[in-house]
Design a protein around this ligand. Structure first.
Ligand SMILES: [Zn+2]
Length: 418
C-alpha cells in the first residue's frame, strides 16, 4: 500500500456533489478521499479545524505568459489593444520570457486554489516546462497564426511542422500535455484551420481556439463565408478532432450551440475579459447548457483580465448571467462551484478563520456561498499526493525569485513601447 499523503483532523470537506462532511479525512495519492479511523500510516497528520477542504479550481482558458502584459493598454478596445500593445511586445517574445511568465502565472494559480490551466501561447515547450515545474496540471497549446510570430517566424507551416514534432515526442509528464491552438478564424485562413484540426486528430490532442468573441468577428465571418463562425468551422470539419475547446462563444445562434453539443466541444465562458474589452455581449449560459454544451470557466490572459483567480471569474460569471437574463436563480453557489471545479482530481484547503468565511451559519450552510462569493485565503494545495502549497506558502516554486525576475524582464520587454 502506498503511504497516504495526509490526514486532516476535525476538518470540513466538500465533495464533488457539494455535500459537506465533517470529521477526520484522508486524501489519497490517486485523488480520492475517505474518512479516517485515526490509525492509518500517513505522511502528514494535520489539524484541519481551521480549514475547509474542497476540489481545486480549473481554468479552461489562459495565456499564462501574458502576465508580462498585465496592467497595460487599460483603456483600449480589443483591436487597438492587440495592434498597439500586444503584437509589438510579442515581437520581442523569447522562450525564456515565456517560461518565466508561465511560472509566474502558475504561482498565482496555486495561490488562488487552481490546479489546472488550459493554456494557449507561443513557445509551447517552455509553456509545458513552466507548468511541469510548478507541479500543476495543464494543456500547453502552441498558438498558430497566419502572420509570423517570434516562435514561428516562417509562419503557419513552420508552426504545424514543429507542433507535429513536439506532439509526437510528448512532454514525458503525466500532468501536462501539448495541444494545437489555431488562434482564431480572423488570424488563420481556411487552410491553416484545416491543417490544425487534422494535426490534432492525428495526435488525439486538444484543439484550442477563440470563437465568436466580438460582433465584428461574427459580422466579418458572415460577410466572407455566408455563415457564422461555428458553422464556418464545422464546414471545415474542424470539430472532427472531438477534443475542441472554444473560448468565449459570446454571439452564438441556437444552431451553433447544437453543433458544439453534437461534437462534444468545450465552450469556455470568460466574462471578465469580455466585459473589460467592452465587447458588448458574453456567452448565454442557460441557452448553452440547455443545448447540451459542455461549458467551462476561464479567465483568459491576465492582460485582458488583470487576474487569473478563477474564483473571481466564477462570481462574475454568476452575476453577469443573472443580470443578462433577469434571473437570480442562475448559477447558485452549488451549481457555480461544480462548474468551477468540474473534472478536478486535486484538493485545496481554504482558511475557515478568514473573516470573509463568516458567519458559517446554522448547520454551516453558508460555507460554500461565502467561499465562492466572498473569497478566503487558500492554505494548502495537493496534486497527485504532492503538497504544492502549505499554510499559505507555495513550496513548488520560488515565488520571491520569480517576482524579481519578472520585474527585470518586463523592463526590457516594454522598453520603447509604453
Ligand atoms: Zn484568449
Amino acid at each position: 500500500m502506498p503511504e497516504i499523503p495526509v490526514r486532516y483532523r476535525n476538518s470540513h470537506l466538500i465533495d464533488e456533489n457539494c455535500v459537506l462532511h465533517e470529521g477526520n479525512f484522508l486524501l489519497h495519492e490517486d485523488g480520492s478521499w475517505s474518512k479516517s479511523n485515526g490509525d492509518e500510516d500517513v505522511k502528514y497528520n494535520l489539524d484541519g479545524s481551521d480549514r475547509i477542504i474542497t476540489r481545486s479550481l480549473q481554468n479552461w482558458h489562459t495565456h499564462l505568459a501574458m502576465i508580462l502584459n498585465r496592467g497595460t493598454g487599460e483603456d483600449l478596445p480589443l483591436n487597438r489593444w492587440l495592434e498597439e500593445i500586444i503584437f509589438p511586445t510579442e515581437k520581442k517574445l523569447s522562450s525564456d520570457l515565456v517560461e518565466l511568465g508561465t511560472k509566474a502565472s502558475c504561482a498565482e494559480l496555486i495561490a488562488t486554489g487552481t490546479t489546472f490551466a488550459c493554456d494557449m501561447y507561443y513557445f509551447p515547450e517552455q509553456m509545458a516546462q513552466g507548468l511541469i515545474d510548478s507541479g500543476i496540471r495543464g494543456i500547453a497549446g502552441g498558438t498558430i497564426t497566419d502572420f509570423p510570430t517570434s516562435s514561428y517566424p516562417e509562419g503557419p507551416n513552420q508552426a504545424i511542422n514543429e507542433l507535429d514534432n513536439i506532439l509526437r515526442n510528448g512532454t514525458n509528464n503525466s500532468r501536462v500535455e501539448y495541444a494545437v491552438a489555431p488562434h482564431a478564424i480572423y488570424t488563420c485562413e481556411k487552410e491553416t484551420l484545416i491543417k490544425a484540426s487534422e494535426l490534432s486528430r492525428k495526435h488525439n490532442s486538444f484543439l484550442l481556439t477563440h470563437a465568436s468573441e466580438t460582433r465584428t468577428e461574427v459580422a466579418n465571418c458572415y460577410k466572407k463565408n455566408d455563415c457564422y463562425p461555428i458553422e464556418y468551422l464545422d464546414s471545415l470539419n474542424f470539430f472532427d478532432s472531438n477534443k475542441s475547446v472554444l473560448a468565449h462563444c459570446g454571439w452564438l445562434k441556437k444552431n451553433e450551440m447544437r453543433i458544439l453539443s453534437k461534437n462534444k466541444s468545450k465552450a469556455v465562458h470568460c466574462p471578465t475579459s469580455n466585459m473589460k474589452l467592452g465587447v458588448g455581449g458574453t456567452m448565454s449560459y442557460p441557452a448553452m447548457t440547455h443545448a447540451g454544451v459542455d461549458v467551462r470557466l476561464g479567465t483568459d490572459g491576465s492582460a485582458s483580465n488583470n487576474s487569473i483567480d478563477l474564483r473571481q471569474e466564477a462570481k462574475l460569471a454568476s452575476l453577469i448571467q443573472r443580470h443578462d437574463h433577469w434571473d437570480a436563480s442562475i448559477l447558485n453557489p452549488v451549481e457555480l462551484w461544480k462548474l468551477s471545479t468540474k473534472g478536478s482530481k486535486d484538493w485545496v484547503t481554504w482558511n475557515l478563520d478568514d473573516i470573509r468565511m463568516r458567519p458559517l451559519g446554522v448547520d454551516k450552510n453558508r460555507i460554500l456561498a461565502n467561499l465562492v462569493f466572498s473569497n478566503a485565503d487558500c492554505l494548502d494545495v495537493w496534486v497527485d499526493g504532492v503538497e504544492l502549497r502549505h499554510g499559505g506558502i507555495t513550496m513548488s516554486l520560488d515565488v520571491e525569485k520569480i517576482s524579481i525576475d519578472l520585474e527585470i524582464a518586463v523592463n526590457d520587454y516594454y522598453e520603447g513601447i509604453d
